[in-house]
Design a protein around this ligand. Structure first.
Ligand SMILES: [Zn+2]
Length: 267
C-alpha cells in the first residue's frame, strides 16, 4: 500500500447472467462437461473526490437479443451506491464488446477512456468476418465515434493514469484494444481484470478463454495481471460468479446485486 495515494472503495455490480458449460469457455474445450455459468459486471471506484465507472454493461434490448438474463440496468444501479449517473465524469471502457460498452447515452457528462487500438479494430477491415464482428454492437461503435467528435473520448496508446490511484494497462488478446484497471484501495492495489481473465481459472491455470484474437497477447495478459497484483486474491475476473460469493455485499440492501472489492475476500 502506498500511503500517499487515495484509497478507493471499489464495487462490482452484477447486472446479467447466462448459463454455460465448461467446454464452451476454454480454447480447445474441456473434458469435464459440467455447468459453468457466467455473470456480467460493471465496476466503480469511489473516493470523496470522484467516482470512476469501469465499463457500462449492456441494455435490456441487447441482452434479450443475445440470450442473456438481464437482471438490472447497470447504470441505474449506480444510484443504489450513491452515485448519480448523470453526474459521472470519468468512465473506463475496457474494450468495446457488447457487454462492456453499451448504455453510453445514459452517462451524459462522462468522458470515456479507451485504448485507441480498440476503435481501430472495431472499425477496421477484419469486421467483415462475422466471427470477429459478433461481439460488437454496431450502435456502440457508432456511439464511440460520435462521442469522439464531441470531444468526449480520451483515447490512449498504452498505460495511463486517470487519477492518482487509478491506472489503465493495455492487455490485448481477447480483443486487440483490451485494457485492465488497477485501483488503489485499503488492501492495496486491486486488479480489475475485466476480460483479460473471464474466470479465476483462466489466470490461475493459464488457460485461455475460447474467444481470442491473439493468443500470445492473451497469455501475456495473464502475466501482466499477476505482475501487478499483490496476491492472487487481488485479481477480479470479468465474468466469474464466484466474485459474488467471495466478497461481502456492498450493503444489506445490495445483497446479490453489488459486492465490495476493497475488503479482503472471505476465502
Ligand atoms: Zn465480457
Amino acid at each position: 500500500m502506498n500511503e500517499n495515494l487515495p484509497r478507493y472503495e471499489l464495487y462490482a455490480i452484477r447486472y446479467a447472467s447466462r448459463d454455460g458449460r465448461r467446454p464452451e469457455h476454454f480454447l480447445g474445450g474441456d473434458p469435464h462437461d459440467a455447468p459453468m455459468p457466467m455473470d456480467y459486471f460493471v465496476w466503480v471506484a469511489v473516493s470523496p473526490q470522484r467516482a470512476v465507472v469501469i465499463d457500462t454493461g449492456l441494455s435490456r434490448e441487447v441482452a434479450d437479443k443475445r440470450g442473456r438474463t438481464f437482471l438490472r440496468c447497470p447504470i441505474e444501479t449506480l444510484g443504489a451506491l450513491g452515485i448519480a449517473p448523470q453526474e459521472v465524469e470519468e468512465v473506463v471502457l475496457t474494450h468495446l464488446h457488447n457487454d462492456h460498452a453499451g448504455n453510453l447515452g445514459r452517462l451524459p457528462k462522462a468522458r470515456f477512456h479507451l485504448q485507441e487500438r480498440e476503435i481501430h479494430f472495431a472499425t477496421g477491415r477484419l469486421m467483415r468476418f462475422e466471427h470477429l464482428a459478433r461481439p460488437f454492437e454496431v450502435k456502440d461503435v457508432c456511439d464511440v465515434i460520435r462521442l469522439n467528435f464531441d470531444q468526449r473520448m480520451a483515447m490512449h496508446a498504452g498505460a495511463h493514469e486517470i487519477a492518482p490511484g487509478i491506472r489503465l494497462h493495455p492487455a490485448g488478446g481477447h480483443s486487440p484494444g483490451l485494457q485492465f484497471v488497477t485501483v488503489h484501495t485499503a488492501r492495496g492495489w486491486v486488479v480489475v481484470a475485466s476480460d483479460v481473465s473471464h474466470f479465476y481459472e483462466n489466470v490461475e491455470a493459464q488457460r485461455p478463454f475460447r474467444l481470442v484474437v491473439n493468443l500470445g497477447d492473451m497469455m501475456e495478459g495473464f502475466e501482466a495481471l499477476t505482475a501487478l497484483a499483490p496476491s492472487p486474491a487481488h485479481i477480479i475476473p470479468g465474468h466469474d460468479p464466484r466474485v459474488m460469493e467471495r466478497y461481502p455485499a456492498a450493503s444489506p440492501a445490495l445483497e446479490g446485486i453489488a459486492v465490495a472489492l476493497h475488503v479482503p475476500p472471505h476465502a
